[in-house]
Design a protein. Sequence first.
Length: 141
Amino acid sequence: MVKGIQITQSANPNLLNSIWLIDDASQQARCLAAASHYEADQVVALAELGEFESRELNVQAPPAREGGQHLNVNVLKRETLEKVMQARERIEAGEASNDDYNVLSDNAQLTIRVSGYAVRFNSLTLEQQKDVITRTFTQSL
């Protein structure tokens, strides 16, 4: 097991207040920080440190991965959303063709993310649809 220490007393002045990782199993010490004589990441035999007093330091283990990660990406074209919105406008105005009904039918399951929620694009009001298009698609960053 590896433990972290800070040397508080030693006959060797180069070791005072230095910080080490001690591996008792391999009898090695890795320097993390020292004022002089030792380099960071230098590994020495534990016996080379001689007699010393120390205080133990918390050594953090690498973070454990808890659960999976989630990413929801909308991959669609501006033209698709505009086409759906225009077809809906024509339907609501009573000027629809069969193509307009087909566009809405073909895109009935079109789902987007709005403020962290998944919502079907067709269920939004026309104003909300325009807002989604404006916020989602920009000319440049």
